[in-house]
Write a new protein. Structure first.
Lengths: 791, 167
């Protein structure tokens, strides 16, 4: 009797291969690694937002027990600054201001947490103790924490060579067309908002170990990175001047990233450099407060938007002015977040014919800001979806009808927006109607009445969103200022007996690549998932790839694997043709079996691979032995996931606390490989979006002190802050990659904040409230309900 | 330096520590049991939860010297000697209750203690409240709650095998 093997290919909820090691405590995160003879680094950081260093004396620290070295910027004079990976140009065509970002402070500190000196000692406590013996004299300067302050006349200059604190003044779209449309409009709606600054807070704090082989001259860096090749390129070429062949970067198991582990950080260069100096491995691990003071933060926009509508509610034009906080230095991809990942998304799911956006990026005395889950797209989506609700209310339109009236038609794809992007596919009407049904939108008023009887204020909110991910076409981003290519690489190594190893430049730090990628191979080559191993995260093992961010791993990395598998199949057909004495054109391949068309003559993949590695009977005059292929895939376009999120909240009037009671997500992420993993990604993204809407805010005081610098002060979402999330998908295929996939890692964090805030405002509809800023904390809501400081 | 003698996952160790050494440092650095993680340093995140004499503790908040004579179980000691996973570990896998895996050891150890202390069974809101001391940034907790609900039925003998996610 034949027992059917369980289906493990595309569409199966295969349990994750990586779980066993994580569940049994056998993960290998960077801080779990210990190299023989390892020393420990502790970094002394600035306690001031802005100060000149007038004296720096490390002699006492050097004499402390166990101390091997103390370094300041004077010791690292030959080390370059930390480079920025994206150059934006101003309206007038000049390049953005790009002040130096030194590894250790050079005479001046520019934010609380700016690294000043490094102690290397036998143990971590010894290094920490010795850091307290470093004598630093600061001449404290006035600081600029907010963008308003940084742009006020006479504001202190974060960088002496950028007296205006303006990084760039950029724009996109047709200003004239927008002005003309506004002149014709029946309705003009103005909306001003702040997108709250967030701290990513991956659960694993950043860590790095530098190692140097004194005999070979090879450097190794173990680091908590989402993209080890990017770190090797940036640090090797720009900071430490180490050729790629002598620098290995390993990103082992990484405990979450959400963007914060994309960037090249000073500590990576410090441990790599110090290991070479000392001839011993050097480890650094952040404590959580260091993470708050040194991991790149997210969001932090201040925006004024204006929407023009005709009498029927058709959107005529959108005008947006945004200020984006860069923090004290330009982090790796910071300049592109409020420009090409934000303003290009301002069409959203709507056929607004004219859009003009201006973005000013501003330096302040705060931690650098860069991409955080969604990166620009949550800011654009929040702006648009709140604006549409505000417009519906102000002009008297139904908020669903207003959306439907302006949706891009399902048959209008490919659709060119007025802000550069060309959407390939989508069906916003279907995701909307499916979400309305799942959330029982039309039954809401009864639930609101029932809640009112219990003394609760209930509200419902919607967001119909779109994002651009699967980044990115290299030629396109290159023309927009990217200093890197954004292809991906995949190698398929079929072993002699038919098992498979996949090398990928993508990096898994929670996404479950070891499972999803194995399913791609299983589906196409017919190899069981447990016979497919995925190798990633080590520049010595995998070809040059670009890593994981921007929901790109499957759309770009998976497509590279798919192309490599095509090459495997093409070569396999020629080997099969030789072995079965048929012509290549007659060889068919389906999930692991090569067949001579129309016959029962077959060869399994394992027979072909064995012939390729034991090539006794082999077409040597036309083929090389072996069965291993590599493909690089450069995407033709971004991918455009979209969908509809509906949030339902209840407010306790006595306390102002907002309770999540229901959340519905219907997302179009293209073809779904593993539904269980996709649902998990959406669940997690929505939790972060709810965190932004209701709980999280990074707070600086006027003097630039970071008040929310620990998990006691920064409100992370906990299990009882959240409600069950209903997740469903409605698929339209991506038209330009071979898998039809779009990406699912960020949709939850992009679509959800405006849905939640629209629900909060709806719950407060009896209080004359037009808008509530994120996060909707109890004091803010209580003040509105009780008539104090109502917005 | 003070000495501490303690039992970890059934093996007795005598270790020299500083007075300020934390239990989690003893486990990770002296015994190389790196399954127990440090996520926050302020007793907020629960990545460091282990069992001390049968109860969950945050190992970043226990001085190593205070563990003199204690019986400690870490995530490495939760599965049976033959490698059979504890029902809670099994449930986390079945319900996709982990993504990056960093909070997972502490989350699992907390969940085991939570279920053991509540033989009457826990409702979904009670499980959510019981997870107050553990942070996860990846999953949104939904699948963790489902996994704990399923595991408790096996741990309390109400089911012989785990309800599958498909049921």
């Amino acid at each position: 009797m034949n027992v059917m093997a369980p289906f493990e290919g595309i569409g199966a909820s295969v349990k994750r291969k990586e779980d066993l090691r994580f569940l049994s405590g056998r993960g290998q995160y960077t801080d779990d690694i210990n190299r023989p003879g390892q020393l420990h680094a502790y970094i002394l950081r600035s306690p001031h937002a802005h100060a000149r260093i007038t004296a720096l004396d490390v002699a006492a620290a050097k004499a402390m027990p166990g101390v091997r070295a103390v370094y300041t910027s004077a010791d690292m004079a030959a080390v370059g600054g930390i480079p920025c990976g994206w150059q934006i140009h101003n309206k007038d065509g000049t390049p953005m201001a790009e002040p130096k970002h030194p590894v250790l402070a050079e005479g001046k500190v520019r934010h609380v947490g700016d690294p000043v000196a490094v102690v290397v000692a036998d143990t971590r406590p010894q290094a920490r103790d010795a850091a307290e013996a470093i004598a630093v004299e600061y001449d404290v300067l006035p600081s600029a924490t907010t963008m308003a302050h940084a742009q006020a006349p006479g504001a202190p200059a974060v960088h002496d060579d950028v007296p205006s604190n303006l990084c760039y003044d950029w724009h996109i779209g047709e200003k004239g067309a927008v002005d003309a449309a506004f002149a014709q409009a029946t309705h003009r709606v103005v909306f001003e908002t702040t997108n709250n600054r967030l701290v990513p807070n991956a659960m694993e704090p950043r860590a790095a170990i530098g190692d140097y082989d004194t005999t070979s001259g090879e450097h190794t860096l173990y680091t908590t990175s989402q993209n080890p090749h990017v770190i090797r390129l940036l640090m090797g070429a720009f900071v430490l001047n180490i050729p790629e062949s002598r620098l290995r970067v390993v990103a082992p198991d990484v405990g979450g990233g959400f963007g914060s582990k994309i960037y090249h950080y000073a500590e990576e260069a410090i441990v790599t450099w110090a290991a070479h100096k000392l001839g011993r491995p050097v480890k650094w691990t952040a404590d959580r407060t260091e993470s708050f003071m040194s991991d790149a933060h997210g969001r932090d926009h201040v925006t004024r938007a204006e929407l023009a509508l005709d009498a029927e509610g058709t959107f005529l034009a959108l005008r947006v002015h945004t200020q984006a906080n860069m923090g004290a230095y330009l982090s790796t991809f910071a300049p592109c977040v409020p420009t090409y990942l934000y303003a290009t998304l301002l069409a959203g799911v709507y056929k607004t014919p004219a859009i003009y956006a201006e973005v000013k990026a501003v330096f302040t005395n705060t931690v650098p800001v860069d991409a955080y889950r969604g990166a620009g797209r949550p800011e654009a989506t929040y702006l648009l979806e709140r604006l549409v609700d505000v417009a519906a209310r102000q002009c008297g339109f139904d908020k669903l009808e207003l959306r439907r009236r302006n949706f891009i038609a399902t048959d209008a794809f490919p659709y060119q927006t007025p802000v550069a992007l060309e959407y390939d596919s989508g069906d916003y009407f279907s995701t909307l109607s499916q979400a309305l049904e799942t959330a029982d939108w039309h039954g809401f008023e009864a639930r609101r009445a029932e809640a009112k009887a219990r003394g609760r204020l209930r509200g419902i909110g919607i967001s119909t969103y779109l994002e651009a991910c699967g980044i990115a076409p290299s030629a396109v981003v290159g023309s927009l200022g990217a200093r890197a290519g954004l292809y991906e690489v995949g190698t398929i190594r079929v072993h002699p007996t038919g098992s498979v190893t996949v090398l990928t430049g993508a990096h898994s730090h929670g996404q479950g690549h070891e499972t999803t990628f194995a399913q791609l191979v299983s589906d196409k080559l017919g190899v069981p998932v447990n016979m497919v191993d995925i190798v990633h995260g080590d520049t010595a093992k995998v070809p040059f790839g670009m890593g994981t961010y921007g929901s790109r791993s499957l759309a770009v990395g998976g497509s590279a694997m798919d192309k490599a598998m095509d090459k495997i199949i093409a070569k396999g057909r020629r080997i099969a043709a030789h072995l079965m004495e048929a012509s290549v054109e007659d060889i068919e391949f389906d999930r692991g079996t090569f067949r001579v068309a129309g016959t029962d003559k077959t060869k399994a993949l394992a027979e072909i691979s064995l012939a390729a590695y034991v090539p006794h009977n082999y077409p040597h005059d036309e083929l090389e032995p072996g069965l291993e292929e590599t493909a690089f895939y450069d995407p033709k376009n971004f991918t455009y996931p979209g969908g509809c999120h509906i949030a339902e909240v209840e407010i306790e009037p006595e306390t102002g606390k907002v309770h999540m009671v229901n959340f519905t997500a219907v997302d179009d992420v293209g073809r779904v490989i593993n539904p269980m993993i996709v649902e998990g990604q959406v669940q997690g993204g929505v939790a972060q979006g709810i965190g932004q809407a209701l709980l999280e805010a990074c707070v600086y005081d006027e003097g630039g002190q970071l008040l929310s610098a620990s998990m006691m002060d920064y409100t992370m979402p906990r299990a009882d802050d959240l409600a069950p999330v209903s997740v469903a998908t409605h698929v339209t295929l991506c038209t330009h990659n071979p898998l039809g996939v779009k990406g699912c890692g960020e949709v939850g964090a992009i679509g959800s904040p405006p849905a939640v805030m629209n629900a909060v405002v709806d719950a407060l509809r009896d209080f004359g409230v037009n808008h509530v800023e994120m996060p909707a904390t109890p004091p803010k809501i209580w003040s509105i309900i009780h008539g104090k400081n109502g917005a | 330096m003070p000495q501490v003698t303690l039992s970890v996952n059934g093996a007795t160790h005598t270790v020299e520590v500083e007075g300020r050494t934390l239990l989690v440092e003893l486990l990770r650095e002296k015994l190389r049991l790196t399954g127990t993680h440090v996520g926050c340093d302020t007793s907020q995140c629960g990545a460091c939860v282990v069992h001390m004499d049968g109860e969950s503790v945050k190992a970043c908040t226990v001085l190593a010297v205070a563990s003199q004579g204690a019986n400690i179980t870490t995530i490495e000691g939760l599965a049976a000697a033959d490698g059979t996973l504890h029902p809670m570990q099994e449930a986390f896998r079945e319900y996709h209750a982990l993504q990056c895996g960093f909070c997972t050891p502490g989350m699992v150890m907390s969940a085991v203690d939570l279920v053991q202390k509540n033989p009457q069974g826990l409702s979904e809101p009670e499980i959510r409240e019981g997870l107050e001391g553990n942070l996860c940034r990846c999953t949104g907790y939904h699948n963790i709650v489902k996994a704990i609900a399923a595991a408790q039925d096996v741990m309390h003998g109400r089911r012989e095998t785990l309800a599958t996610a498909a049921e």
